[in-house]
Design a protein around this ligand. Structure first.
Ligand code: DGT
Ligand code: CA
Ligand code: CA
Ligand code: ZN
Length: 575
């Protein structure tokens, strides 16, 4: 994918422009917006250029002539001249440094001019020697926060978001299938299990020309280099910054190979023990009896069947109790994307979204959604252009009018992502809250509170009698920001007592609640809302990541309120 790389360059150009004396706000914004668009685009810009030329690029919302030319420049030369020039002046690794929570381009620049910090490694040394705390505007607390940020970056090393890995894997699979060299091509590994972060991609294919497949995979545009190659396995280094194992396996043992390479390793170890207890042997070539006779190999489901187990969906395969359930025939029937008929966390231009309410509604309708709930931000989120009471009234009127216009097609629900303030009160008057079809409430500010205070703050909101859904309950950002300090048991109990629903935010760097917390919340018989937290039309497609997470948390259709028809949905909001 060129898109990711160009998005990264555009963001860095914006960083560097922010540092220049003449503040070109519009230019900076244009780069940032284009970067966001590129990140969420399905089609690679090189394909668009090939098919429709530069005009095709200019058809993309937020990309004008100047930026389209820069994209073209990158695709044909691998460089953007403007970036190279700016970089001479600012030889700083902004894209990694700004991944640290609270570190913008300006702070990174101060660290560079004062301490010569160019990259993460330099920063580590300066933090270790306590040089950062001595800088004006930093201090001991900032230094500690940077230290925590560095640790988080370290622990996530090399693991990319599922939202980056899955589209990349799909584009490689598509190419393989189109090559005419393979019969089957399937995704395995953690990506297939929809794990929130991915170490490397694992792809299995069958082919009667393994040599040709191995020669072909070296040439795909996603590949940067070849790490290792044998007669049936190639490991590529991909441009997006991760490796990819591609294996050619025999058609007759494809099922066994899938069972093995989907993993997880812990799941496999346990399944193999079950095979041994039955007097069998299980490996990536098949399930065999003591004489080496094949019991099952071509079909994955058949292997589980012969082991007297139900077939566990890949998302469940973590050895968290699914194997025992499969043996007892008690696996839950998991929710699927097709069950989802609405989306209850969507932003528009009324706060920090890119599109109008109507544009979002039209796209949701095309996706087959029966209802869509708007949740623009409240006033405390001033950076996100949050709404005060007056602007909420205007927004409310617009929703009423659009409901008439789209009547019979899709229902528009009125809500707001209402900040939970420091003391647990909500960021709208009761009068406005009462006008909403439901209230989504989230924590966005003062996120470093101690555990008991934070728990009390959220429980106060839950007990207000107004809150229906708790938005991204732990407020973590994967690889960037740890979860807030929360006694989840207390929060879940309060939510149960007050009929408050837990959100599963599908945005790939959130996935909040995560799989483990969903399993915990299930013990309290809570209900869930899987939402996209969309800020533009393309984000409405992110639902599948929330579904993957929900499946990893063993959720069924009935656990999830946005599978309900509208009447039942509105009933669940009644207090
Ligand atoms: P990742 O790449 O760290 O996100 O996680 P996975 O699960 O994709 O792990 P990976 O790529 O090392 O291996 C893919 C699958 O292959 C893994 O899920 C299970 C299987 N596998 C790998 N190594 C072993 C092993 O030593 N024993 C068993 N039973 N299975 C293994
Ligand atoms: Ca893997
Ligand atoms: Ca692997
Ligand atoms: Zn939010």
């Amino acid at each position: 994918m060129n898109n990711k790389k160009i998005a990264e360059l555009f963001n860095e150009i914006a960083d560097m422009l922010e540092l220049s004396k003449e503040k070109r706000i519009f230019e900076i914004r244009a780069y940032r917006k284009a970067a966001l668009t590129l990140e969420s685009m399905q089609e690679d810009v090189s394909d668009i250029l090939e098919k429709k030329g530069i005009d095709g690029l200019m058809d993309i919302q937020g990309i004008g002539k100047g930026l389209a030319e820069k994209i073209k420049e990158f695709v044909s030369t691998g460089k953007i001249k403007k970036y190279v020039e700016l970089k001479k002046k600012y030889p700083i690794d902004f894209s990694n440094l700004t991944r640290i929570q609270g570190m913008g381009a300006k702070r990174a620049f101060v660290l560079y001019t004062e301490l010569g910090v160019k990259n993460i490694e330099d920063l580590k040394i300066m933090v270790k020697n306590h040089k950062v705390r001595e800088l004006k505007g930093f201090g001991e607390r900032s230094e500690r926060e940077i230290e925590n940020g560095l640790a988080l970056l370290e622990s996530s090393k090399g693991r990319l978001l599922l939202g980056t890995a899955l589209p990349e894997a799909e584009s490689i699979l598509k190419r393989l299938k189109a090559s005419g060299l393979v019969e089957k091509a399937e995704l395995a590994g953690s990506t297939r299990r929809m794990k929130e972060t991915v170490g490397d991609l694992d792809i299995l294919v069958t082919s009667n020309k393994p040599q040709a497949v191995m020669a072909y995979v070296k040439t795909i545009p996603e590949a940067e280099s070849v790490i290792a190659q044998g007669p049936t396995k190639t490991t590529l280094w991909l441009k997006i910054g991760m490796s990819c194992d591609i294996r050619v396996v025999p058609l007759e043992s494809f099922g066994a190979a899938m069972q093995y390479f989907i993993g997880s390793k812990d799941h496999n170890v346990k399944v193999r023990q079950i095979a041994i207890k039955k007097g069998y042997k299980l490996n990536e070539y098949g399930l065999f009896d003591t004489n080496g006779k094949i019991i099952a190999n071509e079909n994955e489901a058949e292997i589980y069947k012969k082991l007297e187990m139900q077939y566990p969906e890949p998302e469940m395969r973590e050895n968290r109790g699914e194997i025992e359930l499969a043996q007892e025939g008690k696996l839950p029937k998991l929710v699927s994307l097709e069950n989802i008929i609405g989306d209850l966390h969507v932003h528009s231009k009324h706060s920090d979204g890119l599109n109008t309410i109507e544009e979002m509604v039209i796209e949701a309708h095309k996706l087959g959604r029966k209802y869509i709930g708007f949740t623009d931000h409240s006033k405390t989120e001033y950076i996100a252009h949050g709404m005060d009471e007056k602007r909420f009234a205007e927004y409310s009127n617009e929703i009423d009018l659009l409901n008439e216009k789209f009547s019979g097609k899709i229902q528009i629900l009125k809500s707001a992502e209402t900040d939970i303030l420091k003391d647990g009160t909500l960021d709208f008057s009761n009068e406005s809250l009462e006008k909403m079809d439901y209230v989504l409430a989230s924590v966005h500010t003062n996120i470093n509170m101690p555990k008991d205070e934070m728990t009390k703050r959220i429980i106060t909101a839950i007990e207000s009698g107004y809150v229906n859904i708790l938005g991204h309950p732990t407020d973590r950002i994967i690889n960037q920001r740890p979860p807030i300090n929360l006694d989840l048991d207390k929060v879940f109990q309060a939510a149960k007592d007050n009929n408050v629903i837990m959100e599963i935010d599908s945005y790939p760097d959130r996935l909040d609640l995560n799989d483990e917390n969903i399993l915990k919340a299930k013990e309290y018989s809570l209900k869930f809302s899987i939402s996209t937290d969309s800020h533009r039309t393309q984000h409405l497609f992110l639902m599948r990541y929330g579904i993957g997470t929900a499946k990893r948390g063993w959720l069924k259709k009935d656990d999830i309120i946005n599978t309900y028809p509208i009447e039942k949905l509105l009933n669940t909001f009644k207090k």
